[in-house]
Design a protein. Structure first.
Length: 150
């Protein structure tokens, strides 16, 4: 059983500061793709808009209705994602999953700030909320790729 001190660590000052200052919360007017993802267990939702130019994310907007952990993850993603390639975003999502589920390495730059969520490893019911932003971004990037191939 996890103790009260572990819960205090989980909601560290850094996580709460990230959750209170989420960048890119304006939705985009004409995105190349929009994806809304929901974590069924807790009801957290994230909607992601993105534009892609020259194989990189040129603009990004998000609407975040999530717990503090999901908000913190969205904050890191929103700060880091513009300028990234689809491969970088997929690598960040996969590394975050591995970090949470298997104590894997910290996600690579520019998403290394997600390390702050490592204490959530023992709270499997929070993993889906933490992954929402990157999973929505990956799905949006896949939509863009499919439309480019059509």
């Amino acid at each position: 059983m996890t103790g009260e001190s572990d819960l205090i660590k989980l909601y560290s000052n850094r996580i709460l500061a990230l959750a209170a200052d989420i960048p890119r919360q304006d939705r985009l007017d004409a995105p190349d793709a929009t994806v809304k993802r929901r974590a069924p267990l807790c009801g957290s939702t994230v909607t992601v808009d993105l534009k892609v130019e020259d194989g990189k994310i040129a603009d990004y907007g998000q609407e975040v209705r999530a717990c503090a952990l999901g908000q913190a993850a969205a904050s890191v993603v929103g700060s880091a994602i513009v300028g990234c390639t689809p491969d970088q975003v997929v690598a960040a999502r996969d590394a975050l999953k591995a970090m949470l589920k298997d104590d894997g390495p910290t996600p690579p730059a520019p998403f290394e700030g997600l390390e702050v969520l490592r204490p959530a490893q023992d709270y499997r019911n929070r993993h889906a909320s933490i992954l929402l932003s990157l999973e929505a971004a990956c799905e949006a990037l896949e939509q863009v790729r499919r439309s480019d191939c059509a």
